[in-house]
Design a protein around this ligand. Structure first.
Ligand SMILES: Cc1cc2nc3c(=O)[nH]c(=O)nc-3n(C[C@H](O)[C@H](O)[C@H](O)COP(=O)(O)OP(=O)(O)OC[C@H]3O[C@@H](n4cnc5c(N)ncnc54)[C@H](O)[C@@H]3O)c2cc1C
Length: 382
């Protein structure tokens, strides 16, 4: 067994952390308060090439292994979750299906500019009446001449209102449930494609999230992203572990940021004539937070290592997402206790960590759905 990062991974971690602390962290508060897409931060940060993180060098990527990807997701979320969510969407879900199934022409038009930060990508699963239950998808695609006619509305779409293109989950036949699902590329400017409501969110602010409307949108046949019709849900399965581990890594990042705030405060806040960090009950909180974070880190990185080796990682990825998120929620909760009343003021950072952490509960599987999946996998069908 070897738990250490390679020299390359160590160097990568330091380089990413430095870039985050130089470009992102100092603007985290502003990103949250303004709740507008931070174009300036985007331009400055995407110049560094990280959007191509997981793609081959031949197409301008970094060919990073899965552990390196987790390092990146953790560090960027430590800086600002609002910014992290937008950039990770470009890195992972927003471009994955195009990288895997897009024609050369589509890659030139969408993937390569997105990897340079010149175009914004997104992924549309969720609808008003279908979140966890993808089989209830109502956005519909039908064959029409040399292409597809798509009708439907997607909700809660990260980068949606500012995206240049999106990968849209649609059904060919709602009666078929999961077996009717397929992915289609729809680009900005296509007649019938528009933005609806922009969601005013509790946390993860700065990333623009909203509704996308597809009203009789027509796209050519090649915009079908897949090899075989009806296999969309299998293709989701191929990226699911990475998405879940990524969410776990983001949870570690938020937890680390919150923990650092708590530590600094506990060392300098005086009560009863001494720093509150001297009190046993406060120390106990740090002992627990540190223990939980170490356990969560082991799970996330072990899952990434398994994934990189091509070994079975489905259960550990679900566990890592769920556990790291619960740990993160615990850490931000403790931060708001340690910080006293100031945690309740918008002036200070704890409330932002507290709001941001809750966002992790939903994407990559709610914890009820994940527990159900893990339990079913362990017990099997009786
Ligand atoms: C900030 C943010 C950004 C997002 N970005 C995107 C995006 O870019 N693209 C996108 O497609 N979606 C996005 N989402 C949506 C996200 O993927 C969904 O919230 C998620 O899939 C859960 O769906 P839901 O919210 O509709 O909840 P539901 O699935 O309706 O669940 C409601 C409740 O029922 C429970 N439940 C559901 N099924 C079961 C079951 N079988 N057993 C037990 N309990 C169950 C859930 O655990 C939950 O408690 C985003 C969400 C947020 C908050």
């Amino acid at each position: 067994m070897n738990f250490s990062l390679t020299e390359e991974q160590e160097f990568f971690k330091k380089t990413v952390a430095d870039a985050v602390d130089r470009i992102v962290t100092p603007r985290a508060r502003e990103i949250d308060e303004k709740d507008e897409f931070p174009w300036e931060v985007w331009r400055e940060f995407t110049r560094l090439g990280y959007i191509g993180l997981r793609y081959p060098e031949e197409i301008g990527g970094m060919n990073a292994d899965k552990v390196m990807c987790m390092i990146f997701y953790e560090e960027i979320a430590r800086g600002s979750v609002g910014f992290a969510q937008s950039i990770i969407m470009n890195i992972l879900m927003g471009t994955y299906f195009i990288f895997r199934f897009g024609s050369d022409e589509i890659k030139k038009r969408c993937l390569y500019p997105a990897m340079r930060g010149e175009k914004i990508a997104t992924m549309c699963f969720t609808e008003d009446q279908s979140g966890s239950d993808l089989g209830a998808t109502r956005t519909r695609a039908v064959r029409d001449g040399d292409g597809w006619r798509i009708n439907g509305t997607k909700m809660w779409i990260t980068n949606g209102p500012i995206c240049d293109f999106c990968t849209v989950l649609a059904t060919l036949d709602p009666e078929k449930g999961l077996k009717g699902l397929n992915f289609f590329l729809i680009e900005k400017g296509t007649p019938g494609f528009s933005t609806g409501q922009i969601i005013d969110k509790l946390g993860c602010r700065g990333t623009v999230t909203g509704e996308l409307v597809f009203d009789n949108v027509w796209v050519p046949y090649e915009n079908f992203l897949g090899e075989e019709l009806g296999k969309g849900v299998y293709y989701v399965g191929d990226i699911l572990d990475e998405v879940r581990l990524m969410t776990g890594a983001m949870a570690l990042g938020i937890a680390r940021g919150a923990y650092a705030e708590a530590l600094e405060f506990a060392r300098k806040r005086i009560a009863f004539g001494q720093p509150i960090g001297n009190f046993q009950l406060i120390r106990e909180k740090f002992a627990e937070m540190d223990t939980l974070m170490n356990a969560a880190r082991l799970m996330v990185y072990y899952g990434a290592w398994l994934l990189e080796k091509g070994m079975e990682s489905r259960v550990i990825a679900a566990q890592a997402k769920m556990y790291a998120t619960e740990v993160c929620l615990k850490v931000v909760d403790e931060l708001t206790r340690i910080y006293g009343a100031n945690a309740f003021a918008y002036e200070y950072a704890p409330q932002r960590y507290f709001r941001d952490a809750r966002f992790l509960l939903y994407g990559g599987g709610t914890h009820e759905v994940l527990r159900d999946f893990i339990g079913r996998t362990i017990i099997g069908r009786l």
